[in-house]
Structure formats: structure tokens, C-alpha cells
Design a protein around this ligand. Structure first.
Ligand code: SF4
Ligand code: SF4
Ligand code: SF4
Length: 169
């Protein structure tokens, strides 16, 4: 029987890559796992140094190391066509604030708002004077700056595009 996975596992990308998508570099093509030969050229090309080797094989983005500028250097370096520069605009990931957010726990923190250049994160005042982050999915580019800045590791990412529009499986 196929294993069941929690929403938390999916958001944190802790699942086996055979069952659920992981955050491949921008421009990942349909059939990525077949196309990628795990050569590591994309990771070496990334000026942000945010591409690491996944436990299950192949490259993944690690926003704990920094944010993606969508420069396309990783795709340009890919010799197999697993990553294609032209497809990077279809980056499907968007940020999600987890319950472990310090502001949601009553501890003042605005690191994610300060880090978000597109102003996709705004703080909304709650009754009792507490302000909590609210994310505008339409403004979020999925760049990872907020995750990189968050001291509580309370920003995860989920796919915002419908399956039919996704560029990698
Ligand atoms: S697009 Fe640029 S910054 Fe983003 S992962 Fe690729 S090489 Fe790194
Ligand atoms: S450069 Fe292409 S083939 Fe090499 S690890 Fe990266 S995605 Fe895979
Ligand atoms: S991923 Fe980038 S655009 Fe989206 S909320 Fe975080 S910092 Fe803002």
C-alpha cells in the first residue's frame, strides 16, 4: 500500500522523491529524474551556493543557505537538458508561514517582512496587540529570502501551480 504523507512532510520536503516533488532548481523539466545524471554542474554554477545534493539523489534548492535570484546560471550549466533556462519563469513554489513563526507565538519578529523585496509579507494586527505575518501569494515570487532570514525556520514552500502547469514531476 502506498505510504500516506502529512501536509507538514510535504511542506518541509522531507518525503522520498519517488512519491512527492522536491524543490529542484528553476527550469526543471518534466521527466527531470530521468534526464538528470547527478553531475553537480548546476550546484557548482550557482553564485548563491544554494543548490545541494539531495539524499534521494539530484540537486535541490536549500533556502537555509540563501535565496534564489533566478539568474539561470544553474540551467545554463546543465549538460543534459534536465534544467532549461527558458522555463525558469514557471517556478511553481510559493512561501508558506508555519505555525512555529515567532510572531504567531507572541514573540516580536519581522525578519521575513524586512527580507521580502516584493512586499508579499505584511503584518496584520490581531486583537490583543499581536501582529502576525500574512502572505500575498500573488506577490510572492518564491525567492526564499524570507526563509533564509527567518530565525525560527518557520517558512516552508508549496507548489502554487496546478499539476498540469508544473514543469517537473
Ligand atoms: S537560478 Fe541562479 S541563484 Fe537560483 S539556483 Fe539557479 S544558479 Fe542559483
Ligand atoms: S547540471 Fe543538470 S544533469 Fe547535472 S546535476 Fe544539475 S540538473 Fe542534474
Ligand atoms: S519567497 Fe520571496 S517573495 Fe515570497 S514571501 Fe518570501 S521573500 Fe517574499
Amino acid at each position: 500500500m502506498a505510504p500516506r504523507h502529512s501536509r507538514r512532510d510535504i511542506l518541509r520536503g522531507t518525503l522520498g522523491e519517488d512519491r512527492c516533488p522536491v524543490m529542484r532548481p528553476p527550469g526543471a523539466q518534466t521527466g527531470f529524474d530521468r534526464l538528470c545524471d547527478d553531475c553537480g554542474a548546476c550546484a557548482r554554477a550557482c553564485p548563491q551556493r544554494i543548490i545541494r545534493h539531495a539524499e534521494g539523489g539530484g540537486p535541490v534548492l536549500d533556502f537555509s543557505r540563501g535565496a534564489c535570484t533566478f539568474c539561470g546560471d544553474c540551467a545554463r550549466a546543465c549538460p543534459t537538458g534536465a534544467l532549461v533556462v527558458e522555463a525558469r519563469d514557471t517556478w511553481p513554489w510559493r512561501a508558506v508561514i508555519l505555525p512555529s513563526c515567532l510572531s504567531r507565538q507572541g514573540i516580536s519578529c519581522r525578519a521575513c517582512e524586512d527580507a521580502c523585496e516584493p512586499r508579499a509579507i505584511r503584518f496584520r494586527l490581531q486583537t490583543g496587540g499581536r501582529a502576525v505575518p500574512v502572505l500575498d501569494m500573488d506577490l510572492c515570487t518564491g525567492c526564499g529570502e524570507c526563509a533564509s532570514a527567518c530565525p525560527a525556520k518557520a517558512v516552508a514552500f508549496e507548489r502554487a501551480l496546478p499539476v498540469s502547469m508544473e514543469v517537473s514531476a
